[in-house]
Design a protein around this ligand. Structure first.
Ligand code: PLP
Length: 259
């Protein structure tokens, strides 16, 4: 049996709050190894992203080929996609890697900067969504991915119709008293969790949640259990966040009471 492990494909955030470092820390805290591939280098601080520079596709392809000829990840996590030409490479990868795939659609930084062009988003919707097990958009992202939908249910259904198996719409980016996250499935069933909102806004909470879901799936947990436990874990990381700079604090992922 392969060792439970997650192949993480994400951007590199030098603050360590979001992106690949968030993935690696969340995987580690949830008891699995992370393989790390950088899709893009970024210039950013805890307030916003200033620049994104994609890693060339041919380099990423070589890294993947070498790694996968040798190692067998048991789940995949996709975060920031660096450039449009990475989408078809990722779709090809997910065509032959028969493991659960969690994708956090990183469309815009919390500070406001757009991180995915509309052409890349379009290709993502057509080629990648059908290969995703769990998609974790926040409320703003689910509506950007399914424009014209009046509510979350319609937007999530539109994404399920495009072929992903589960959509978890998170509401951490809003301002309601509680954070209510809702899981939508192709069967039409839905389930919501209500969490006490931690004061303030965070940098990297979405990456933390998605990577923790991938880690739980890498262990062989059901999607329902993975989503439930990963939310508990993420909630714990936000209880004593780290204020590193002048912007948003980041989750403290090394929580000792992690489930
Ligand atoms: N930078 C990278 C590399 C990311 O992956 C993300 C989000 O996933 C961000 C920045 C933005 O994170 P946030 O919206 O939490 O500030």
């Amino acid at each position: 049996m392969p060792v439970p492990s997650v192949l993480c494909l994400s951007g590199l955030d030098p603050t360590g709050g979001a992106g690949l470092q968030a993935d690696i820390e969340a995987c580690f805290a949830n008891g699995v190894h992370a393989f790390g591939l950088v899709t893009a280098l970024t210039v950013q601080d805890t307030t916003n992203v200033m620049m994104v520079d994609a890693v060339p596709r041919r380099l990423l392809q070589q890294q993947l080929d070498r790694l996968l000829a040798d190692c067998s990840p048991t789940a995949v996590k996709i975060g920031l996609i660096g450039a449009q030409d990475q989408v078809s490479m990722l779709a090809e990868l997910l065509g032959f890697l028969k493991v659960p795939v969690v994708c956090d659609p990183v469309l815009r930084a919390g500070g406001g900067r757009n991180l995915l062009t509309s052409a890349t988003t379009q290709e993502f919707l057509v080629s990648l969504i059908p290969k995703i097990t769990v998609l974790t958009p926040n409320a703003a992202e689910v509506h950007r991915l399914a424009p014209g939908s009046n509510d979350d249910v319609t937007a999530a259904s539109a994404l399920l119709q495009r072929g992903c198996q589960h959509v978890l719409v998170t509401r951490g980016d809003e301002t309601s008293d509680d954070v209510v996250n809702t899981w939508y499935q192709t069967s039409g069933a839905e389930l919501s969790w209500r969490w006490k909102r931690m004061p303030g806004k965070f940098h990297g909470a979405g990456c933390t949640l998605a990577a923790a879901i991938a880690a739980r799936l890498a262990h062989g947990e059901t999607v329902r259990s993975a989503i439930q436990v990963a939310q508990q874990y993420t909630q714990a990381t936000l209880q004593t966040p780290l204020s590193l700079g002048n912007g948003r604090p980041i989750p403290q992922r090394r929580v000792m009471d992690a489930p």
